[in-house]
Design a protein around this ligand. Structure first.
Ligand code: HEM
Length: 410
């Protein structure tokens, strides 16, 4: 039954995957689309922390696709080996340890004032100009924060956004045609070259930015090579820009369409931090991730063979009623939101989670500080380009009364 229901390509699923997820969760695991699909919270979590599953699946699928297309793309193969998200131990352990030089709590929290400033500036402008909230606010904020972290001029934002949008398609090799692949490959080379242009000078005159901190300090036993730093920059944008964009747009839509919940935030009954967790649970910006079984085993009663693909539905796990009370209810005050798997779990749990949460929190804090009324002007459109990201293509908010509210609370 589940096999028939599960079609992640369908319009209906994209508009509302949760009805399908609820049906799928009746079976702890099942085979569909040539994979083993896992939807319940305990089983998804168990696979994420199980070392018998490899994260190197996507590069393998990409290589397979390149062979099919008769293409040779050395940088793509390197991306597979160097990108932290696709590596297994011991390579992954080394990359993760080195990444902590800049992805540590103190370093990430130091970006909060910049994140808050960006949120204020973009909300101010949106209040004056209105239009599409995604294009004007949720898209530029994460791009600019990452640029600022890397000490790269905001003037490069559109170039970086376009290259990043192309390169992100490597995460979904199954939906890319040969022509698109050639274009995506070209974008990857340009993206790497762009960062290489910053890595070399920072090696000579280091600052306290993302790139300088990742470069091996003089005399260090182990450190990222300049080339690895360039790949790390690509990875930060690929992993952190469109996901956070999705989170910010969805957040405003959810709050606008649940006035009583938004009221709790405005009145201070729930904090921005609490609200952020529920938003991440309710609409996980990254709905799915994949693993490759390294040996024969059993997952939730289903026999999985070595080299089989396993699809982990994070969005479905976040609505598992055995873990979250009234799971399909958006409730900012609930006590169990933090158990969400929106940032994954285990060894590969999101390195940028604090950064993404921070950007949402400062945006929510600005809404509260200025007591901005939220209302949507027309039903939002969910993006259709990516199968794994859940975010809005556009969001039109009614900003008629915003300017007065902003004047009042400036
Ligand atoms: C709302 C925004 C975000 C969401 C929903 C998200 C989600 C995730 C998830 C689910 C994973 C685990 C993938 C897996 O195990 O297969 C992950 C990993 C990762 N994320 Fe995020 N992420 C977000 C923002 C960011 C940001 C802002 C950055 C950095 C700038 C970032 C960097 C990474 C990296 C480097 C990894 C790989 C970690 C590893 O393999 O050890 N993410 N993210």
């Amino acid at each position: 039954m589940s096999r028939v229901l599960f079609n992640p390509f369908s319009e209906r699923f994209r508009a509302d995957p949760y009805e399908t997820y609820a049906a799928l969760r009746r079976e702890p695991a099942f085979r569909a689309l040539g994979m083993v699909v896992v939807t319940r919270h305990p089983e998804v979590k168990a696979v994420l922390r199980d070392r018998r599953f490899s994260s190197a699946l996507i590069p393998m699928l990409v290589e397979r696709r390149l062979q099919e297309f008769g293409m040779r793309c050395p940088e793509v193969s390197e991306l597979g080996k160097k990108a932290i998200v696709f590596t297994d131990p011991p390579d992954h352990s080394r990359l993760r340890r080195l990444a902590n030089r800049t992805f540590n709590e103190q370093g990430l929290q130091s970006l909060r004032p910049m994140a808050a400033q960006l949120a204020r500036d973009h909300l101010d402008r949106y209040a004056r100009e209105g239009g599409d909230f995604v294009r004007s606010v949720s898209r530029p904020l994460p791009l600019k924060l990452l640029l600022s972290w890397m000490d790269i001029d905001f003037g490069h934002m559109e170039t970086v956004a376009a290259l990043n949008h192309d390169v992100r398609y490597f995460l979904e090799p199954g939906v890319v045609t040969r022509e698109q692949f050639a274009h995506v490959y070209d974008s990857l080379k340009q993206f790497l070259d762009f960062f290489r242009g910053y890595v070399a000078p920072r090696g000579e005159r280091p600052g306290d930015d993302f790139i300088s901190l990742l470069l091996a300090p003089a005399g260090a036993q182990d450190g990222f090579t300049p080339e690895e730093v360039a790949y790390m920059c690509v990875m930060a944008f690929v992993a952190g820009a469109e996901t956070t964009q999705a989170l910010l747009g969805t957040a405003l839509f959810l709050l606008a369409s649940h006035p009583a919940e938004y009221g709790k935030l405005l009145s201070g009954a729930v904090s921005a931090g609490q609200a952020a967790q529920e938003i991440l649970r309710f609409e996980a910006p990254l709905q799915m991730t994949k693993r490759l079984a390294l040996e024969d085993m059993e997952v939730a009663g289903v026999a999985v063979r070595a080299q089989e693909q396993v699809l982990l539905c994070l969005g479905a796990a976040n609505h598992d009623a055995d873990v979250f009370a009234a799971a399909d209810t958006f409730d900012l005050g609930r006590g169990d939101s933090r158990q969400h798997l929106g940032f994954g779990y285990g060894a590969h749990a999101c390195l940028g989670a604090t950064l993404a949460e921070m950007q949402l929190e400062v945006l929510l804090e600005e809404l509260v500080r200025r007591q901005l009324p939220l209302a949507v002007l027309e039903p939002p459109r969910w993006q259709k380009q990516s199968l794994i990201i859940r975010g809005l293509q556009s969001l039109l908010l009614d900003t008629c009364s915003w300017e007065t509210a902003l004047e009042h609370h400036r």
